[in-house]
Design a binder for this molecule. Structure first.
Ligand code: FEO
Length: 391
């Protein structure tokens, strides 16, 4: 299904209702996603981005029922990752020699992925491509989300095609932000930011400032995933400004794993201590072995502090906890406090190990952690409550 957006722009993407994992198995997509592709018609016609590889054949077939290959003058590849470029090999069989506009890093990525000798046209920030009455203005956006990424802006329609930035993994019957459940929309937006864009927050801030400096009118933001921002498009930009600025809410999150429930009891009792000391603070607990890691990361993103617990096994920590700590390290959170805890029976290295990992990940580790021998008894649980009571 294709949908007209304006007189000159048509959505020609693919809605993927079934997708539950993205980036291999790395990112959960509970609500599916879309791969947004746009056809812009003026005196010349440009196609902005394509869709993921498994949908290449039906995507190109449907596209060529809408417009003949001869009528497509330019292809714009805002980003080379396969969810947007995966249909290029199928498409370019029909468009031999037609130019593909992308960044210099886009050429490297596309050549590396497809080993094809397409007619690449390298663009930089501020370069313009005339379509007739309207122009596309290119804006490099490295690391949002890959080094090759760029945005493009359509004059006359005042649309920013922002690729991954401002997107969400949300499959919807409708096309626009004002047509979907806002709680679902914002949950997917913050999850997307937390899990994908957090490490690049300084670049997000700079890019938004740079775009604002261009002083271009903005009627709509059309990202490459999820719904299009037509109702107050600046609302997602304002959220990005908040999220990129060491975002936190009045929330403390406890992450733990447990073998025989000793560390679980510690987590629950520490949480009770926090709630006693600070009744207005939101406290959430996650057994990381049983929780979706991307949802957990989103809660860490929202937190002002995290407490992380694991029992000791083989002089180390449980594998689910090791996995989530590695995710957290890579995301480079700033401005958050942390502490460790864990039950043990013999050697008891887990607490120190977790504290070290949290420190290496950029958290302010506020104490040496709480380490309890065997299954916590009443006195030990009082220690947990007191631990939760501390600042
Ligand atoms: Fe939606 Fe970085 O690709």
């Amino acid at each position: 299904m294709h949908f007209p957006i304006t007189e000159s722009v048509t959505w020609v993407g693919k809605t993927d209702w079934e997708l539950r994992k993205f980036h291999g198995e790395e990112y959960s997509t509970h609500r599916g996603t879309t791969y947004n592709s746009y056809l812009v018609r003026d005196q010349k016609t440009a196609l902005i981005d394509t869709v993921w590889t498994p949908f290449a054949k039906p995507y190109v077939d449907e596209l060529l029922q809408t417009i003949s290959a001869d009528e497509i003058d330019f292809v714009v590849a805002n980003h080379a990752e396969c969810d947007h470029s995966g249909s290029l090999p199928e498409l370019m069989r029909h468009l031999p020699g037609k130019p593909i506009y992308c960044t210099a890093n886009g050429v490297k990525s596309l050549k590396g992925l497809y080993h094809a000798d397409w007619n690449f046209q390298v663009v930089k920030t501020g370069d313009r491509l005339s379509l007739g009455e309207k122009e596309l203005i290119f804006i490099e956006a490295p690391m949002l989300h890959w080094p090759d990424s760029m945005f493009c802006y359509l004059t006359g329609e005042d649309i920013l095609f922002s690729n991954d930035a401002f997107g969400q993994h949300l499959a919807a019957e409708d096309l626009y932000n004002d047509q979907v459940d806002p709680s679902e929309l914002w949950a997917e937006c913050i999850k997307y930011y937390a899990n994908i864009l957090t490490p690049f927050s300084p670049l997000v801030l700079k890019k938004i400032q740079q775009f604002a400096g261009l002083d271009l009118p903005l009627k709509m933001i059309c990202p490459s995933h999820g719904v299009l921002w037509r109702d107050n498009p600046m609302q997602i930009v304002e959220k990005y400004l908040q999220w990129a600025d060491n975002y936190q809410e009045d929330q403390i999150t406890l992450l733990y794993d447990t073998m025989w429930n000793g560390t679980r009891k510690m987590a629950e009792t520490i949480a009770a201590g926090i709630s006693q000391a600070s009744p207005n603070t939101t406290v959430k607990l996650f057994n990381c072995a049983r929780s979706d890691k991307n949802d957990v990361i989103t809660e860490v993103f929202k937190s002002k502090a995290v407490l992380v617990g694991s029992p000791t096994i083989n002089q180390g920590i449980l594998s689910a906890m090791a996995g989530i700590l590695e995710e957290i390290r890579g995301l480079r959170f700033h401005g958050k406090k942390a502490a460790a805890f864990g039950a043990y029976g013999w050697s008891g290295e887990s607490t120190k190990m977790i504290s070290n990992k949290l420190g290496e990940a950029g958290f302010e580790v506020v104490n040496d952690g709480l380490r309890l021998l065997w299954n916590p008894d009443t006195e030990a649980l009082q220690q947990c409550e007191a631990f939760g009571n501390k600042d």
